[in-house]
Design a protein. Structure first.
Length: 169
């Protein structure tokens, strides 16, 4: 396992993202949607760095992965999307890889009639996403390597690492 982004760099960048989001929504209501499971650690750190504190927080579980490769199909759990109708939502994701997951979810939010949809992702693999999903608040672009830590797993392991690491082949 090789450290790609240190604990210190991750936490510094998350605080910066929190400030950016606070400025963006300044004086406006919004609802944060945490995409489980991968985003729970990132979201916990990020949302504590956002002010003021009277926004809503909701959870959704989206899953497109088996092992280390995309299954090409997205499953949605806890999917009561009605409550997002007319809302300004901020989707919080751990990583945008192929963009399949968020393309799917964006489409769902559009169908239900969310007023606006912004995306915050800790990581992006730009060579793979190729601009398909536009990320409004991005932590770090990374190379096309399978990474773990800060909520990201490999077969449910390594989520609690406080840094981002590349898993050995
Ligand atoms: P996408 O649909 O291909 O953009 O993939 C998004 C989802 O796949 C993310 O929310 C992650 O859960 C998972 N994923 C993609 N790349 C990685 C990785 O390098 N490590 C761990 N999980 C990943
Ligand atoms: Mg995920």
């Amino acid at each position: 396992m090789k450290v790609l982004i240190s604990t210190e760099d991750v936490s510094k960048r998350i605080n910066e993202l929190g400030s950016e989001i606070s400025r963006y929504y300044s004086g406006r209501q919004f609802t944060a949607i945490v995409v489980l499971k991968g985003s729970f650690i990132f979201a916990a750190d990020l949302l504590r760095a956002v002010e003021p504190n009277d926004f809503g927080i909701e959870f959704i579980r989206l899953s497109s992965y088996r092992g280390t490769s995309s299954s090409g199909k997205v499953e949605m759990f806890m999917g009561e999307l009605e409550k997002f109708r007319g809302k300004d939502v901020l989707v919080i994701e751990d990583i945008v890889d192929t963009g399949l997951t968020l393309t799917f979810f964006n489409e769902k939010l559009r169908e239900i009639g969310a007023n606006s949809v912004k995306i915050c992702s800790l990581l992006e693999k730009p060579e793979i996403n190729k601009g398909r999903v536009k990320i409004d608040f991005l932590g770090f672009p990374i190379p096309d390597k399978f990474v773990v830590g800060c909520g990201l797993d490999h077969n449910e392991k390594y989520r609690n690492l406080p840094f981002i690491a590349v898993l050995d082949e």
